[in-house]
Design a protein. Sequence first.
Length: 367
Amino acid sequence: MATLVYDIAIIGAGASGLQLLYELVQADPSRKKKILLLDSGDRSQKSWCFWEDHTSSSFPFLVEKSWKNMTYRTSQGKTIQSEIGPLSYNYISSEGFFNFFFEQFIPGESNITHLLQRAKHIQEGEDLQTILCEDGTHYQAKKIADSRPTPTKGSIFQHFSGKFIEFDEPIVDDSFVTLMDFSLDFSTKEMAVFHYILPFSSTKALIETTVFTAASYDKETYEGIWQKYLASHFPQKSFNIISEEKGTIPMGFSSEEKEGKVFKIGAASGNMKPSTGYAFTRMHQDAIYRAQGTRKKTPKRFRFYDKMLLKIMQNEMHKIPGVMDRLFTRVPKKDILRFLDNKTTLAQEVKLLAQLDIPLFIKHLIR
């Protein structure tokens, strides 16, 4: 019996793998292409957040909450609130995302073969590529999209430790997302600490401790910071913990990979913003381009900006709250979000960067 050859195999059923799967199906209305999805089975809880304007379409039918207003709190405790329309800050839960794909989308597409398998090794060939799995099975495909992580250049991590909580009384303003709150002074030479709040109603919110550091994940320390933040900002308020999420995002540049019949997707292909960790819309845009057989590269100057910020993190982490304070107190928030999304012009970037601590950035440019 001849071995089945797939048109494309996708290794990994996370955000990047499933977005590529979706776009491959959209680009093939006749459903002629045979697609293999190898899934490790990881369903750990995650929050995928991103900002877009009304003309964009990163799975709008899966967005569970959107905000048109944003809060930033400085390291001095000043609160800055801004309207960000026509942009909106959107939230998709991993639970809703996975439920859509595994309960609705994949079962309805006969050209998709979904297997719970862990890929171990890829053998590249001229015409056919072979995936060897941990259980000894193997599969062949004309192309392979591999989302497995690769080492990043740099030594900074973004650790996060968050809890979905419900207060006993309505005390949350759910019209504002808090993107960064540096008001609790826990930043040191080794780590920069801020808090992030996604309010879902007047009583429910995700409150997350986020840490930039070169050190490994420190559960006990982050738990202590989270408790002190709640005591400081919501004193004597009773609440129940609904669920928790935690994780680590490497902040750096992925190793350069050649493009061919075996290619990387997701964070492994550079679709994660090195200085912030945001990735969802970048992964989606990359999925669209790949499904259409095209690629669009990000201008190199944005890589340069990311390198400058990462250098400051590596050498003067305690300066990060001040850098963010200058940015968010001097620059319109819509411009900041477009800049972080690599969607500004060079003229706009010059104007924005002029508001920052120029000597600090020049020092690290020279270094």
